[in-house]
Write a protein that binds this ligand. Structure first.
Ligand code: NIG
Ligand code: FE
Length: 417
């Protein structure tokens, strides 16, 4: 099948020469074509350019479906490189506890938080979890997400971690978006190992990782390396074992303190280090000229009222930044990447262009998908969205709270909801 999108007011984030990500000053660069067309054949982007260059050979084709995009912009789908969207139930009661004054860490210490979700997950079947999660997957697809990473980490024992990862695989096999799966057995220390966390680390290393790998259930390995969670030493042990089994790290780092998470991530060539609320000069230096994508999660900082990651300083130091939703029940119960884009501009003083790079090509890189997703490029997978009528790229992060995603195309097919 062929699709022709024509009269596109502005085709956003087009790529002629392949690149992995944009960093530093380059983050303010986004190439666009005004009054453009794009041709999609099957699931692939075949061609694009200005309307003046649209050749008759396309228009004469009987098998062509034409979509008029007058006054509308076309973007590559958002890439959301950090979510925990397989979970059993929301945690709105803890939300109220926090309004009344408890902190996220205090709730976690009392057996709430991640451990509370783990308890409920234990009682649910794979099919129930899948159904819950698929609602969220469809929800984010409608909001423009076309590639997503999903972590485990609410199992915290061998069987339940495997159950979560099997749900990830089921989503990957049945949802129209691209899914990357991350094993996060080291998300929290179960109560029974509170006084002996290294025993739980042993289970992760000796039991979980080998089974995860034997069933081919994960692309990446993650550790919540932070104050009150996993130490740098434990993180190193887990990452070494993961790497030995072919799992590249992507880690939760520096959300709650200056704990060395960034440095350990860089040391083990993590694909990304995520959160980064606590970042000093040393962390910025450690990240320079590495293959590790600094990833900021504005939803979590907003929802928990945390201090903000120094994004401006990092970009000015020449680093790339990816933005992701962190969609999860405790710290960021939303996967709305348009809203994340707005937060990028409003709270972190990123330019609209910087936000586009952070939510497309840079976040695609942060889950190893930049060669197939994240830009409008010939040969890439045709995942994109058509906006409702709007004036230009500044308008999307400006109009926070609106869903301007009108039509979603995934694998070259227009999605109907
Ligand atoms: O990325 N920081 C650790 N993990 C999640 C929160 C998970 C939860 O509270 O359920 C996060 O914010
Ligand atoms: Fe997270």
């Amino acid at each position: 099948m062929k699709l022709l999108l024509e009269n596109i007011k502005e085709l956003v984030q087009v790529e002629d020469e392949p690149f992995d990500f944009r960093a530093g000053k380059e983050m303010a660069t986004v190439k666009t074509i005004k009054n453009a067309y794009i041709i999609i054949r099957d699931e692939i982007i075949e061609d694009f350019g200005p309307m003046s260059a649209l050749m008759d050979r396309y228009r004469d084709d009987d098998l062509l479906i034409e979509i008029d995009c007058s006054n509308r912009l076309v973007y590559p789908s958002f890439c959301d490189s950090h979510t925990h969207l397989v979970y059993p139930a929301p945690r709105e009661k803890e939300f109220v506890d926090r309004i009344k004054g408890l902190t996220y860490e205090e709730i976690a210490k009392n057996g709430g938080g991640i451990l509370n979700t783990a308890k409920r997950l234990h009682e649910m079947s794979e099919a129930e979890l899948y159904n819950e999660a698929m609602h969220r997957v469809i929800e984010v697809i409608k909001m423009g997400t076309g590639a997503i990473e999903i972590k485990s980490g609410y199992g915290l024992n061998v069987e339940d971690e495997l159950k979560m990862l099997r749900v990830n695989r089921w989503i990957r096999e049945t949802a129209p978006i691209c899914v990357r799966s991350t094993f996060l057995g080291a998300h929290a220390i179960p109560l029974e190992y509170k006084n002996n966390p290294s025993k739980y680390v042993d289970i992760i290393i000796n039991e979980m990782i080998p089974q995860v790998v034997a069933e081919d259930l994960a692309d990446y390995i993650d550790v919540f390396c932070d104050k009150g969670f996993f130490s740098v030493e434990d993180t190193e042990r887990i990452l070494m074992s993961g790497i030995k089994h072919g799992l590249r790290p992507k880690i939760h780092a520096n959300e709650l303190g200056l704990t060395g998470g960034v440095q350990v991530g860089v040391k083990y060539n993590a694909l990304s280090v995520d959160h980064l609320e606590f970042i000093g000069k040393e962390e910025i230096e450690a990240l320079k000229d590495t293959e590790t994508m600094p990833t900021v999660l504005p939803g979590a900082a907003f929802f928990l009222g945390m201090k903000l990651s120094p994004v401006r300083e990092m970009i000015d130091a020449g680093l790339p930044i990816a933005l992701a939703s962190d969609y999860n029940p405790g710290s960021s119960p939303s996967g709305n990447m348009s809203l994340i884009s707005a937060m990028g501009c409003i709270k972190y003083k990123m330019l609209p262009e910087e936000v586009i790079n952070a939510t497309t090509i840079n976040s695609a890189y942060a889950m190893g998908l930049h060669e197939s997703y994240g830009t409008i490029a010939r040969g890439k997978i045709a995942n994109m969205f058509i906006t409702s009528e709007m004036p230009g790229i500044e308008y999307l992060p400006y109009s926070y709270g609106s869903n301007l995603v009108e039509t979603v195309i995934l694998n070259g097919e227009v999605q109907s909801f």
